[in-house]
Design a protein around this ligand. Structure first.
Ligand code: DGY
Length: 322
């Protein structure tokens, strides 16, 4: 007799190749209309399933995890970040949690550079000027931005994505500085300058790229006091998580001219972003598309399914975080 396929709840519409593999290998409840799962629906619809395939859009704090039915044995997230899942609560209930590292490193580092260049060179203002037919004569003094080549880039969080950002920055002859929980080996550092104290890192940041995970320690890390430590005219870029930045402080610094510009792909409470960002022409804004290439989203889906496959075959999932 054929073995029953594992029953999983898939909270978001997935790329076609991923949906096809899910249909082949799982007894799955999917969400073709991509409707929103709030906490109540997540708990209710989990009934009758053994695993969840979620995204960073589905919040799983302790109070939700505690209410999940006993049959749920694994939560596989289609993301490298797992700050939307309370890992301690999952551990306490014996629920395995997996993520999708590696496969989105390049796409996210590419997006970091898109933001860095766009913010520094005033791409938003220039683009609007052309579209709105406000492009006057070329002028020696118009649309002057911040020079990128040869500047100091400070990377907060030198994991896979931070290192991929550094690799791209070497092509721009930037001097690379970083802070990380632990210092990297010389092979991984490749000449980048380690700052044990993140406060000290800020002092050399002509450009600051935020690439660390969102944790209790990094929550609102970039606040008014720390922005004050950045060189005047610095540029801030964030492709990690919005909660690492204190929005009011960043907005004030962009308004006052303390900072030249910012490039942001992630926001606290996204998509309900702080409205103050919308009026700032020195802020280049993207809607959390760091990993949004066809190739990357497919690879993320396959990686999440590989983890589920391993778990249900009683093998250790490759990307187990709990
Ligand atoms: C990730 O993988 O963490 C991306 O930010 C998408 O949530």
């Amino acid at each position: 007799m054929a073995q029953a396929r594992p029953r999983i709840l898939v909270t978001r519409k997935m790329p076609a190749q991923i949906e096809a593999r899910i249909a082949r290998d799982y007894d799955a409840t999917t969400n073709p209309e991509d409707s929103v799962f709030d906490a109540d629906r997540l708990v209710r619809d989990s009934a009758g399933h053994q695993g969840l395939l979620v995204c960073s859009t589905e919040k799983l704090p302790a109070r939700v995890i505690e209410k999940l039915p006993d049959e749920i044995r694994i939560i596989a997230t289609f993301s490298v970040g797992h700050d939307h899942i309370d890992l301690d609560a999952a551990r306490a209930r014996g629920i395995t949690v997996t993520n999708t590292p590696d496969v989105l490193t390049d796409a996210t580092a590419d997006t970091t550079f898109l933001l860095l260049l766009a913010a520094a060179r005033r791409a938003y203002e220039g683009e609007r000027m052309v579209r709105e037919d406000r492009w006057g004569r070329w002028a020696p003094t118009s649309m002057l931005g911040v020079h990128v080549t040869g500047k100091r880039l400070a990377i907060l969080g030198m994991g896979r994505i931070g290192r991929a950002v550094a690799q791209r920055a070497r092509g721009f002859e930037m001097e690379i500085h970083y802070n990380n929980r632990s210092r990297l080996s010389p092979e991984l550092e490749q000449g980048a300058i380690f700052h044990e104290d993140p406060e000290e890192l800020l002092g050399v940041a002509d450009f600051l790229s935020i690439n660390c995970p969102a944790t209790a320690e990094t929550h609102h890390f970039l606040n008014a006091a720390r922005i004050a430590r950045l060189p005047d005219g610095a540029v801030v870029v964030n492709t990690a998580r919005g909660a690492i930045v204190h929005d009011e402080s960043l907005i004030a610094a962009l308004k006052s001219g303390k900072l030249a510009a910012a490039g942001l792909d992630v926001f606290e409470n996204e998509p309900a972003i702080h409205p103050g960002y919308r009026d700032l022409s020195n802020c280049f804004l993207l809607p959390h598309i760091g990993s949004a290439t066809n190739e990357t989203r497919q690879a993320m889906g396959f990686r999440a399914l590989d983890n589920l496959d391993a778990f249900f075959a009683a093998r250790p999932p490759r990307d187990r975080v709990v």
